[in-house]
Write a protein that binds this ligand. Structure first.
Ligand code: CP
Length: 306
């Protein structure tokens, strides 16, 4: 039984297979005449989100429905967690309902891999603590390829913001390094990872000329044990991506969401065609369709059908 806990669970060949399938799905989603095949008909997928979500939860739900499957959402606020049920028991009980996959988001790093011991279906990680967000990294990879070309080796990508506590940064770093992307981390000292071999700077103006793309990240105040900066406004003064900072450069702007307006990215820049935030969301549905097919139907089926 295979699970998707982190991007390193997939080989480059498998990732390319998933992205090829996602691209086919995008074409069908764009056309009212061509609908995706109902490959997940008669399957039931369960979602358990212990942490809030707009994009990941909804796009997984759309992905399942687009492929003809049914989805059961456990409302964690009404689950027996509040009566002392352990997360392992929650997973084991849901597994007894014979789902074809369980998608989980949890505030604690390691929760999804822990649950793999309690279930007999694939676990898909929808984001765990500051550890990993594999489907976000896959959809970011697809977006970068659409904008910069299929071969990302040597392309220069900056990641700016609260990198230290970001599961999106962790997953993107693992994945983009395997693709030979030249990454630079841009953040104040307290938002940089303690141990990294990647080049780092505290000044986006030092590197922006050389970048092909920049991925902005939210300041994840919910994961900070203490506030070690003056205010978000002070932070924004140095790290908000603005129209003036970007100028006329040929550069792609990305953000996994939710965006803090005028702290992560200025409103005016969010409307700029170089800003791909909503393309990322659109790609997320197609990538999650391909991921679900891959893990539920198996890589052999998926490969033949792509
Ligand atoms: N990118 C992302 O994980 O967004 P949500 O928290 O809304 O799912």
């Amino acid at each position: 039984m295979r699970h998707l806990i982190q991007t390193s669970d997939l080989s480059i060949d498998e990732i390319e297979q998933i992205l090829r399938k996602a691209t086919l799905f995008l074409n069908t989603l764009d056309s009212s005449a061509k609908r995706p095949t109902q490959t997940l008909a008669h399957t039931n997928i369960i979602t358990i989100f212990f942490e809030n979500s707009t994009r990941t939860l909804s796009s997984f739900e759309c992905a399942v429905k687009n492929l003809g499957g049914s989805i059961t959402r456990l409302d964690v606020s009404r689950s027996s967690t509040s009566k002392g049920e352990t997360i392992s028991d929650t997973a084991a009980n849901l597994n007894a309902m014979s789902p074809h996959a369980i998608i989980i988001r949890h505030q604690s790093s390691g929760a999804p891999v822990h649950l793999t011991k309690s279930v007999s279906c694939p676990i898909i990680n929808g984001g765990d603590g500051a550890h990993a967000h594999p489907t976000q990294a896959l959809l970011d990879l697809l977006t970068l390829k659409q904008c910069l070309g299929q071969n990302l080796a040597g392309k220069r990508v900056g990641i700016i913001g609260d990198i230290k506590t970001s599961r999106v940064a962790n997953s993107n770093i693992e994945l983009l390094c395997r693709y030979g992307v030249d990454l630079t981390l841009i953040a104040p000292p307290h938002f940089l990872p303690t141990h990294t071999s990647l080049p780092c700077t505290h000044d986006v103006r030092e590197v922006i000329d050389s970048l092909d793309a920049i991925i902005s990240l939210r300041t994840q105040t919910e994961r900070h044990s203490k506030q070690n900066y003056g205010s978000l406004r002070d932070y924004a003064h140095d790290f908000c991506l603005t129209r003036q900072l970007v100028g006329d450069r040929d550069i792609i702007i990305m953000h996994p969401g939710p965006v803090h307006h005028n702290i992560d990215i200025e409103d005016e820049l969010l409307k700029d065609p170089r800003c791909k935030v909503l393309d990322q969301v659109r790609n997320g549905v197609a990538v999650r369709m391909a991921v679900l097919e891959f893990f539920i139907l198996g890589s052999e089926y998926h490969g033949q059908a792509s």
